[in-house]
Design a protein around this ligand. Structure first.
Ligand SMILES: Nc1ncnc2c1ncn2[C@@H]1O[C@H](COP(=O)(O)OP(=O)(O)OP(=O)(O)O)[C@@H](O)[C@H]1O
Ligand SMILES: [Mg+2]
Length: 296
């Protein structure tokens, strides 16, 4: 069973950033990334946490970093909390299982997205123009259809508000031809390997976002990798094109929020126990289906 729910941290270390889900601390040339049990929906963080979620996300990222290291190196150094600085040692038990020590890199400010299916902002773009991020797609595709081949659809990381989708050409104009192509190639190679692995285990990875950085001139993968928070997961048995297939992890939560009449403005309503438990079970399933590893 997972440890107690953790939705906030306040370690005596300099903060690097606070996201919707993760608290990141600056360790000099390294970072401590703590994945809390916070959950967001409709871009808003819910008041309750989901037990075990931080552990699931951390273990999935670590799993995929291990499996993709031959394609491209990544920032993961250790999940051993014995390596925490002395001032954070008293929190070691709370952080174990949900935290990573990573190499700090110079972030490349683009979201590198691979898509194998037509969903989300890609479906909206396709309906409006027949194209997605500069890639022309065949006519007559339905929502959630599988694409003839996976496509690379980068976006500019916006400091606030929504990320802006751009074409590979536009990205190359900004970062240079060689780096742009390397980002596209690495993103698509990782997606292809992960999507085929996951499909054999009953999960469709419809699309996924990754981030890269430069360290001593070398391109490395940073941030999280192929988690339900950075990707769109569908259960094979629930998949049908022509509509929006249920989200593997968040459908239970979204269905309840929709029925609650909440207007998607903060504060979000407190989630009932059964919604928390149902959502926690889906995260656990994602980990178990993909890695064959049970939760602690
Ligand atoms: N190895 C790394 N070196 C430098 N920066 C990193 C590294 N790994 C991740 N980052 C950056 O650290 C930040 C982690 O923040 P996090 O994902 O928690 O929040 P966010 O992206 O700002 O918000 P959210 O994901 O909730 O929308 C991101 O800006 C990410 O790009
Ligand atoms: Mg993020």
């Amino acid at each position: 069973m997972p440890g107690p729910v953790l939705t906030q941290t306040d370690l005596p270390l300099p903060r690097f950033g606070v996201g919707k889900v993760r608290d990141t601390y600056d360790l000099g040339d390294r970072l401590l990334m703590v994945t809390t049990d916070r959950v967001s929906a409709y871009d808003c963080v819910m008041p309750n946490g989901i037990p075990g979620k931080g552990e699931v996300l951390t273990r999935l990222s670590a799993f995929w970093f291990g499996r993709t290291a031959e394609i491209i190196p990544n920032h993961l150094l250790s999940t051993d909390m014995g390596e925490l600085p002395p001032e954070a040692q008293p929190w070691r038990e709370q952080l174990a299982g949900r935290s990573m020590i990573v190499r700090k890199a110079k972030r490349i400010d683009f979201e590198c997205v691979a898509r194998g299916y037509l969903a989300g902002s890609a479906w909206s773009e396709y309906r409006a123009s027949g194209m997605v991020c500069g890639v022309r797609l065949p006519a007559g595709l339905r929502q959630a259809d599988e694409l003839p081949e996976p496509i690379f659809t980068p976006a500019i990381k916006a400091e606030s508000g929504h990320d802006e989708n751009i074409s590979l050409e536009e990205m190359k104009n900004r970062v240079g031809e060689d780096l742009g192509q390397a980002l596209a190639d690495a993103t698509l190679a990782i997606y292809a390997a992960a999507a085929s692995y996951a499909l054999d285990r009953g999960i469709i990875i419809a699309d996924t976002k990754m981030e890269f950085g430069l360290l001593d001139g070398q391109l490395i993968l940073i941030d999280e990798l192929l988690t339900p928070d950075s990707s769109r997961f569908w259960a094979v048995g629930e998949y049908a094109p022509g509509g929006s297939p249920p989200s593997f992890d968040k459908q239970y939560l979204r269905d309840w929020l929709d029925s609650s009449g909440w207007n998607h403005q903060p504060p979000a309503p407190t989630l009932p126990d059964d919604v928390v438990a149902g959502t926690a079970a889906r995260y656990r399933e994602a980990l178990e289906w993909l890695t064959d590893e049970p939760m602690r």
